[in-house]
Design a protein around this ligand. Structure first.
Ligand code: GDP
Length: 367
């Protein structure tokens, strides 16, 4: 994974409402059809050229292209706080003629990260776990359609209980403000109808100042964020330089809230909600995965051949539905945790004893 330093301080002054711990790891996934401006937006968000080496395949090659998963790492530092950001890209999403199930590798990837974390957490060295779980997925929706397409719905349904979804409308400069509002409303209605859970913004603290509350309400009201990306700095008629897209009729400014929701998205991602996205991933999404895993293990017959082949025909990624009552599963989790804690204690005792006998040995040698 390439490492690159990005001076985030150059972007704007951050206001850390929630303190971000030192050595913070964050994994951001971008998914959605090719050509919707995903790479450009990521480069605009993090002021870097993360996709320098990217090769865009010809249209003919894309007809048969399969989806791949790519990881890139950047390090962000702001006011002494370091964030190790991993970007997970999904080139090839929706490119091929037959798109049915083309998103399965993404679902598998998200689950593999949970699986790895579960394995590490069940091991003895629980203090140094590398968290590679996907904390957020920016899902790009086309501005040219009439809302969510069947592929969008299928993908979102497959991942909505595994990752925090933040829907965005890419290339929003293709829409007039009225059209943007209509498309946003349509998408919100579809998400509700299809019972797709996207990331739920936490309630704003009542003791926050009015300015912060207003910003928070505005941010929540902008979902799905309509964004424009550009890595070009435009200088119009001697005015201040702005990041934007210049057309013969004028300039679309990326950081102008009148033109798009870029600033709202960036504010929530890097300024206000990074920690909450991580907490929701751990407390809700990962815990859900962990409970389903334990339930499937505890379920009688879950491991026999017939039930396994039947399951994989229905869905390659779904874990069997719980058969044990919740109380019993929780008991099982507690027992497992207790067992691990005891083993950890035993190991620590043995290490202390070894160290002590080593010291005693050294002392008697010295005498
Ligand atoms: P990706 O395949 O989704 O990563 O899309 P890219 O970021 O490579 O963008 C594809 C094309 O769309 C490039 O020519 C970009 O310059 C252009 N593009 C990117 N963002 C925007 C945008 O917000 N508006 C418009 N009109 N074009 C954009």
């Amino acid at each position: 994974m390439d490492k690159e330093y990005v001076g985030f301080a150059a972007l704007h002054n951050q206001l850390h409402r929630k303190s971000v711990k030192k050595g913070f790891d964050f994994t951001l996934m971008v998914a959605g059809e090719s050509g919707l401006g995903k790479s450009t937006l990521i480069n605009s968000l993090f002021l870097t050229n993360l996709y320098e080496d990217r090769q865009v395949p010809e249209a003919s090659a894309r007809l048969t292209q399969t989806l791949t998963i790519e990881r890139r790492g950047v390090e962000i530092e702001e006011g002494g706080v370091k964030v190790k950001l991993t970007l997970v890209d999904t080139p090839g999403f929706g490119d091929s003629v037959d798109c049915s199930d083309c998103w399965l590798p993404v679902v598998r990837f998200i689950e593999e990260q949970f699986e790895q974390y579960l394995r590490d957490e069940s091991g003895l060295n629980r203090k140094n776990i590398q968290d590679s779980r996907v904390h957020c997925c920016l899902y790009f929706i086309s501005p040219f359609g009439r809302g969510l397409r069947p592929l969008d719905v299928a993908f979102l349904r497959a991942v909505h209980e595994k990752v925090n979804i933040i829907p965005v409308i890419g290339k929003a400069d293709a829409l007039m403000p009225k059209e943007t509002q209509a498309l946003k409303q349509k998408i919100r209605d579809q998400l509700k109808e299809e019972e797709i859970n996207i990331y739920q913004f936490p309630e704003c603290d009542s003791d926050e100042d009015e300015d912060f509350k207003r910003q928070d309400a505005e941010m929540k009201g902008s979902i799905p964020f309509a964004v424009v990306g550009s890595c070009e700095v435009v200088r119009d008629g001697g005015t201040r330089p702005v990041r934007g897209r210049r057309y013969s009729w004028g300039t679309v400014e990326v950081e102008n809230p009148q033109h798009c929701d870029f600033l709202n998205l960036r504010r929530m991602l890097v300024q206000t909600h990074l920690q909450d996205l991580k907490e929701v991933t751990h407390d809700l999404l990962y815990e859900g995965y962990r409970a389903r895993c334990l339930q499937s293990l505890a379920r009688p017959g879950a491991r026999d051949r017939t039930s396994r082949s039947k399951l994989s025909r229905q869905s390659a990624t779904e874990i069997p539905l719980p058969m044990l009552p919740l109380a019993e599963t929780e008991k099982l989790i507690r027992e497992k945790d207790e067992e691990l804690r005891r083993m950890q204690e035993m190991l620590e005792k043995m290490q202390a004893q070894m160290q002590q006998s080593q010291v005693q040995g050294e002392q008697s040698d010295a005498l």
